[in-house]
Each structure stands twice: as C-alpha cells, then as structure tokens.
Design a protein around this ligand. Structure first.
Ligand code: ADP
Ligand code: MG
Length: 400
C-alpha cells in the first residue's frame, strides 16, 4: 500500500484554514431517529482534533439514496442533533454543499467551529464524480480529510474527486482501518489464516480467489462450505448449496493447492430436517452421513476443535462470514467457539485478528468478542472489496 498522509502531517495550528472532512453519517434510522451512533463516535476524534487545532471544519457525508435529488426525509439535518450530542458541541447545519449560500455560511463560522453540509447525494454530480461539482465544493476548503473508509470503494466527489483537488489526509478512523488492514493482508506475519463463511459462494468468489494467493490456511464454513463439499462429491441433502458452482469451487481448491494454501472444509456438521430454533431433528454427523431430507446448518464440534488448533499455529487471521446460521439457536455454536478461540489467542498476543462484514460483525458481537479482536471493520462493501484485493478509489486518491 502506498503511503498516505495523516493528521500528523498537518501543522499544529490550523487557524484560518477550512477543512473539508468526509465522514460516514449514514446512520441506521427508525421512525426518524438514529438507532445507533457508532459511526458518529468513530469520526468524532478526527473532527475534534481538527476543530481544536483551530480549523473551521466542514463535514461532508451522504445519507440514504436520494439519487441526485433533494428529499426532506434524507436531509442530513436529521442527524445534526446526534452529531452534537456525540461531539458535545453545537454545529451549524448548512443546507448546501457549494455555491454562495455555502460560502456565506463558511464565512460566518469562526476558527474551531463545525459546519455540517447537506447530503452530497442530493446532487447528481456526487456519484458521477463530476469535476465541476468537485471544484464547487473544493473552493470552500483548504484541505480535505477522508475519515469514511466505508465509502472508499466509491469514486464519488466526496470520496475521491476532492482528494485530487486539495491536499488530502486520512482521518484518524481511516488511518486506524488502513493500518489494521495492512497488518492483516498487506504485509502480515505468517502463517495467515482466513475464515470465509456466510451464505453463498457466488457472493464471495473474488474474495476466495484473492485469498488463496495470500493465506496459508483457508477455512471455509457457512452455507458456502456446502458448495465445496458437494464439489468433492459429498451429498449435502437439502442444504443451501450452489451446485452449479461445483467447477468454480474445484478451480479454487486447485489454485489453493498450487499456491501452498491448505483449504479446510468441515468433516463433521450440525444438521436438521427443518430450519427452526432447537429442532427435534437436530443431530451431529460426519459430512458423509447427511440424509437426503437434512440440511447442514453449522460446522460440527470436532471440526471446530481442529480449526482452533490451526489458528494456534497462525500469527494472523482475517475473518468474513459466519460459520453457520448463527441467528438461529444453536447453529451459532461453531461461530461462537471459533471466535472465542481467536479472541483468546489475540489477547495472549499470538494472533492479529481482523474481521469484517455486516453479518460477521453481528455474529462476533453475539459471541461477545467484539472488543478482543485486533480490529473489526464495520465498513461492509468497502471491507469486502478490500478482501477481494481491489484498490479502493478513495484510498488510492489519498495515496496519490
Ligand atoms: P457477511 O454479511 O458477514 O459478509 P454473509 O452475508 O455472506 O456474511 O452471510 C451471512 C449469512 O449466512 C447469515 O445470515 C447466516 O445465517 C447464513 N448462513 C451461514 N451458514 C449457513 C448455512 N449452513 N445454511 C444457511 N445459511 C447459512
Ligand atoms: Mg451479509
């Protein structure tokens, strides 16, 4: 990864400067209220550091999918109060992102004040990465800071275009994320293990293809393990399985062989005839004993034990996707057990553990290990694209 500038590269005194700061304020909402403020908490250190250094701070963010039009229900004014509560400061809402009204508002702000610009996606230029739209925003500021890794897989004006027009810096949350990801797959300590689970192979083909060239152990669980097992001739009954991807699964296993990557598939599994909590038909069996009317819903205890032993030999772990249908009891067992082993090894200092993915974050929180992993990314799409080995435009623009 190319080097990027951080807030450490800025002068201590930023009085007289205007910082345009891209943050993630796309908060989960219910009945017009934010239900979780994690995203605000994540960017607060960057905002406060810049404001306390004397900069006028202008927050840039998207909110929902307004598709280039103003929608009152997607105005960022809806989260102004939440941002103020987390920052413990008053901020000024500015109903534009460019033009005379925005310029005038910036003129009213004093050194150390914080302004919240309107939803960038109200303007079609944002998602088109339109250079004119970018220039209109850029004239408001002296520097650009990106603290929204979660949006870095998009080449939009607020994530990419502005970084090309102004001196660009990674905010503290972005910096932490990039440093963690670099440690996990950039220049990791070996051996490296990857756990890839979740529902379907088809959504993670690029992830698997990238990982076989980078890790020494590829641990496959979840519904996608069924596709690999089926490709190896195992009868998986009525399990979730993409039979049409058998050849692809085989190609991935061949590529792994070529590159010295060991693929671990479960050899015992938890099966049931119906997919409900604690079904009476539930049993543990060898993968070769799954009946025609049964489905595999979790990795079995013996396999989990063996996978724990694999992790003990590793120095680095990247994890995306649960090992089983963890939302339904007791098919969370393998995910919880393996997560706890990884957490314990991390605590001992023998493992660097990085995880991400929407359901993965929920599963690890459910296992009670969210604090014990080295880093858990909440970035969703951006995290997956990083696992696919893709260059993220928002990150590339910071490194230019
Ligand atoms: P992430 O969001 O972390 O990338 P995915 O969306 O790929 O993860 O997969 C998560 C989903 O996979 C969960 O809803 C889980 O219930 C499901 N899943 C895992 N194992 C199985 C299985 N054996 N059968 C059916 N669904 C499964
Ligand atoms: Mg998911």
């Amino acid at each position: 990864m190319a080097l990027f500038k951080t807030l450490d590269d800025l002068p201590k005194d930023l009085t007289g400067k205007v910082a345009l700061v891209r943050v993630d304020l796309n908060l989960p909402m219910a009945d017009g209220m934010a239900t979780d403020l994690t995203r605000v908490t994540a960017v607060a250190p960057t905002i406060l550091e810049l404001a306390d250094a004397g900069a006028k701070v202008l927050l840039l963010a998207h909110f929902g999918r307004p598709k280039g039009q103003r929608h009152s229900t997607m105005s960022l004014s809806m989260v102004q109060g939440d941002v103020e509560r987390v920052l413990k400061r008053e901020i000024m809402f500015i109903p534009e992102v460019a033009g005379p009204v925005a310029k005038q508002a910036v003129g009213i702000l004093s050194a150390g004040d914080i302004g919240l610009l309107e939803n960038t996606r109200f303007w079609p230029g944002e998602e088109k990465n339109d250079p004119d739209f970018a220039r209109g925003i850029a004239v408001l500021g002296d520097i650009y800071v990106n603290d929204a890794f979660s949006a870095a897989h998009r080449a939009h004006v607020s994530t990419e275009g502005l970084a090309r027009l102004l001196p660009a810096y990674a905010g503290r949350a972005m910096q932490k994320e990039l440093e963690a990801l670099e440690k996990a797959l950039g220049e990791p300590e070996t051996p490296v293990a990857a756990v890839v689970g979740g529902a379907k192979v088809s959504t993670k083909l690029d992830v698997l293809q990238n990982l076989v060239g980078k890790v020494q152990h590829l641990i496959i669980g979840g519904g996608m393990a069924n596709t690999f097992l089926a490709a190896r001739g195992v009868d998986v009954g009525k399990s979730l399985c993409e039979h049409d991807l058998a050849a692809t699964a085989e190609a991935i296993m061949d590529a792994a062989d070529d590159k010295g990557c060991t693929v671990h598939l479960p050899y015992d599994v938890v099966v049931a005839k119906e997919f409900v909590a604690n079904p009476p038909s539930m049993r543990i069996c060898n993968v070769h004993e799954v009946a025609e009317d049964e489905m595999i819903l979790d990795v079995g205890p013996q396999a989990v034990e063996a996978l724990g032993d694999v992790l003990k030999t590793c120095r680095t772990l990247v994890w995306n996707g649960p090992m089983g249908a963890f939302e339904t009891q007791p098919f969370d067992a393998a995910t919880v057990a393996l997560a706890r082993t990884a957490a314990a090894l991390t605590k001992e200092g023998s493992l660097v553990s990085v995880a991400g993915g929407g359901d993965t974050v929920a599963a690890l929180a459910h296992a009670g290990v969210a604090e014990d992993f080295s880093y858990i990314s909440t970035a969703g799409g951006a995290f997956l694209e990083w696992m696919e080995g893709k260059e993220l435009p928002g990150v590339a623009a910071l490194s230019a």
